[in-house]
Ligand binder design. Structure first.
Ligand code: ZN
Length: 455
């Protein structure tokens, strides 16, 4: 039996009553949290002891929305609207293949691990033909880095010639998408408790997919017992598109397709009204809030207070590297807090709500709140330790405030499913110099392909 005892640290459990211990312990046995509490840890045999003095322990963060392949195309269209940014990037994304996808996924996942992430959603929706197995590249990278992974088989089938935004070269045929989606679930989805790998289905957005694809994906997801994800109500342009094409608002469009339900989580939801926020809460649909990406693209500020008051799960997402070059989840806690308060004033979000969004709300988005997202007995041991003794934090009286409002920092120790993957701020599962070099080469390759493809 492998066991780890972490003691002498501040613990923010993020359990249902928000319990915190000023000086406490966590016992991990066989990948599961077997004890947590205040004071001195009980005696456990065969154990590794971690003296975490000066640290705060939190649940590992859940990145509820991301596009790993976008790590290949960062720093482009930096002063553009979402639609301008997409139109510039779609043809470049047509140049990805399995090899460059693997390089991007490793870089993205390694960075996320360094910022305290233990679970990562990868919304992949660009599948050029004949370029190898893109999903497999992500799964391999996640296994190597050691993170809990939730890739999606995403899709686009509404090309420019049919009134969609993406060029026809990057969309797929409906039948092919459905067959590939079923295959992805059969091959990768592990529904067992504590699973390290779950798959969801994720048509990209109202302006890049057909109604048939949305409906059929929902039916397939139900048949296979997997969740659904998509982008929704990110910018006013999408609102105009939906009104012109469907004669309704983006949320109404999704509701009409049977897509607002307890097995769905939606990225962004910036431009939703109070009634729609309420319905999300009543129905149990989750939202992946991506404040830095929304700022980068000038999309607006999501109504997080209204969603939380309605009882909706509001996880945090980094979003893809092309709209958030930073690629870390840690800074999103502060960004979410500031964005909410810009919009709704000083009471719009508390520091502890921000931490809960990054952890238990993310777990709820994935339907995994019984397994991950808080430090409680019986849950999987996904734990981040943050060193608060450095000069940037020293003397801040509230450790949770230090974490959310203080300077950005790499995680001191990261444990995923009971395995230590970051220790003394060093990622144990990949060589970052080599990861950076291969990302550089892969990005150059994609750039050269896009230059070569220009008329
Ligand atoms: Zn996105």
């Amino acid at each position: 039996m492998s066991a780890i005892v972490i003691d002498n640290c501040y613990i923010a459990t993020v359990n249902s009553i928000g319990e915190e211990h000023e000086s406490g312990y966590i016992v991990i046995e066989d990948g599961e949290i077997s004890a947590v509490g205040a004071g001195v840890a009980p005696e456990v045999g065969g154990v590794r002891r971690v003296d975490a003095s000066g640290c705060i322990a939190t649940p590992g963060f859940v990145n509820s929305h991301h596009h790993l392949y976008q790590w290949l195309t960062r720093g482009r269209a930096v002063d553009s609207t979402l639609f301008e940014w997409l139109v510039e990037l779609y043809p470049v994304w047509a140049g990805i293949d399995e090899e460059v996808e693997y390089a991007a996924a490793r870089a993205g996942l390694a960075t996320l691990a360094g910022s305290g992430c233990t679970t990562v959603v990868d919304h992949h929706y660009v599948f050029p033909r004949g370029v190898g197995d893109l999903l497999d590249a992500g799964v391999r990278a996640a296994r190597e880095v050691g993170l809990r992974f939730n890739p999606t088989r995403g899709s686009m089938d509404l090309g420019e010639s049919e009134g969609g935004l993406p060029p026809d070269s990057v969309v797929e045929k409906l039948d092919h998408i459905l067959a590939a989606s079923e295959e992805a679930v059969d091959r990768y989805h592990d529904p067992s408790p504590g699973s390290m790998l779950r798959v969801a289905l994720a048509p990209c957005s109202p302006f890049s997919v057909t109604d048939e694809l949305m409906k059929e994906s929902a039916e397939l997801a139900q048949k296979k017992g997997v969740r659904l994800h998509t982008h929704l109500a990110e910018t006013p342009d999408e609102d105009v598109f939906c009104r012109e094409k469907f004669g309704c608002r983006p949320v109404e469009y999704l509701e009409g397709l049977g897509w607002i339900g307890p097995d769905v989580w939606l990225a962004h939801c910036v431009h939703i009204n109070p009634d729609e926020a309420k319905r999300f809460g009543e129905i149990g649909a989750g939202v992946a809030h991506c404040p830095s990406s929304n700022g980068r693209l000038g999309a607006g500020i999501a109504p997080v207070r209204e969603l939380l008051d309605a009882g909706a799960a509001v996880g945090l997402g980094v979003d893809g590297g092309a709209s958030n070059e930073r690629g870390e989840l840690g800074p999103e806690l502060r960004q979410a807090l500031l964005a909410a308060r810009y919009r709704g004033g000083p009471t719009a979000l508390t520091v502890r709500e921000s931490l809960a969004m990054a952890t238990i709300h993310g777990a709820r988005c994935l339907g995994r709140e019984d397994e991950i997202g808080s430090i409680e007995v019986g849950k999987r041991a996904d734990i981040a330790l943050w060193n608060l003794e450095e000069v940037g934090f020293a003397g801040i009286v509230d450790p949770v405030a230090a974490l959310v409002l203080g300077p950005d920092r790499p995680v001191q120790m990261l444990i995923v499913d009971g395995e230590v993957i970051v220790e003394e701020k060093q990622l144990l599962t990949a060589d970052l110099h080599e990861v950076a070099e291969s990302l550089k080469q892969a990005s150059a390759k994609v750039l050269a392909r896009s230059e070569g493809a220009k008329p």
